[in-house]
Design a protein. Structure first.
Length: 97
């Protein structure tokens, strides 16, 4: 399994728009071949901070996600709404094995 956790800090005045724009990316991602999970999470302490938990069967599936129309549209739509550049961290899965 190939997991990436993406931290997104959105400008506070763009939070609701960000959520609306992220839904089609989530809905498209969960239908992609090789996708295991694509969770959109929000901090209870800071409603402008989000985590995207993206799990694919392998690195190739994760790479294909970045070529999909729903991802490309999302990236273009939200790019100016970031308070800081988004950061992705690839993780090695220990459990479940």
């Amino acid at each position: 399994m190939y997991v990436t956790i993406v931290t997104v800090h959105v400008k506070p005045e763009r939070v609701e728009e960000f959520i609306e724009a992220t839904r089609p990316n989530h809905e498209g991602a969960v239908r992609e071949p090789g996708n295991i999970r694509f969770d959109v999470l929000r901090s209870p302490d800071d409603p402008a901070r989000f985590l995207l938990y993206e799990a694919y069967e392998d690195a190739a599936g994760a790479a294909r996600h970045k070529e999909t129309p729903h991802y490309l549209a999302w990236r273009e739509t939200v790019k100016d709404w970031m308070a800081t550049p988004r950061q992705g961290v690839t993780c090695e899965v220990v459990f479940p094995s």
